[in-house]
Design a protein around this ligand. Sequence first.
Ligand SMILES: Cc1cc2nc3c(=O)[nH]c(=O)nc-3n(C[C@H](O)[C@H](O)[C@H](O)COP(=O)(O)O)c2cc1C
Length: 281
Amino acid sequence: MLKVAIFQFSGTGNTYYISQRIQEEIRDKRIICDLYSIESLKESNHLVDHYDVIGLGYPVYGSSIPRIVRKWMDGLRFRTDKRGFVFCTQMMFSGDGAAYAARILRKKGYKILEQEHFNMPNNITDYKIFRSKKEIDYEKIERKNTKKIKRFVKNILLERRYLKGSNPFSLLLGLTQRVPYTFFERRMMNHAIKLEPNCILCGKCVELCPTKNFVIKDDSLKVRNRCVLCYRCINHCPVQALHTNKKTLVEKPYHGPTAQFKIRDVMMSDLLTEVIDELEL
Ligand SMILES: Cc1cc2nc3c(=O)[nH]c(=O)nc-3n(C[C@H](O)[C@H](O)[C@H](O)COP(=O)(O)O)c2cc1C
């Protein structure tokens, strides 16, 4: 029986939401599909062994891949016995956002069946140019993505290749964002998070951060140099004490793609019992 695993990283919930919908759609076809959170895994090659098809999902950052996902991909072994699919979430456009990771997976031997982009709400809430005045329309998000996910899954299962972003125009568009973003990432990202004096030391950022970028020591919050710019801490700080932009503080944080969304869910992996047994976890 076909077994599918989706490995995903999601800073603020959009990618997790799409991953879960894809998982549900695949399971509806009576196919095993497990969902893993990249941030909760140290090593994935043992897990990959158990599946026929490997999916990768991530949020696009400047048409690039979040650092935490790149690191995860670096750890993957070369293998030619796996099929794969890649999807990314974005607020507007990314050119070759999914094709970029697909190229890396192809170099690792994977046969890529599908690449797709899903437009989701913006999670950058400390830059005025990105601020939207409209309330988030959860029904619209659901409506808009349902059809696309059905088509995406159908194509994967029928091995009908649809490779979004694999054309010269998309590559060029991607490069116009990726080149400046990579420069910014190298130069400034480690020191990206700014802390305001109104911090109440609640420890939420310490708990939520996927890279353990925060520690509370001597009655103050210390920010280490491990930020991957996922915006989770910024959007979930209860007093809006965190941001990346000296000029603008967060006014309206982004709390995820559904009204009942729980941010802690994005950190969890869905482990198959048989896999746990074999790994003797
Ligand atoms: C650092 C950063 C860079 C981003 N760059 C882009 C981009 O180049 N194009 C785009 O459409 N959205 C961009 N976004 C928006 C996110 O990709 C989008 O909101 C995504 O769905 C967030 O997913 P998540 O909730 O799973 O983290 C960026 C967000 C962040 C935090």
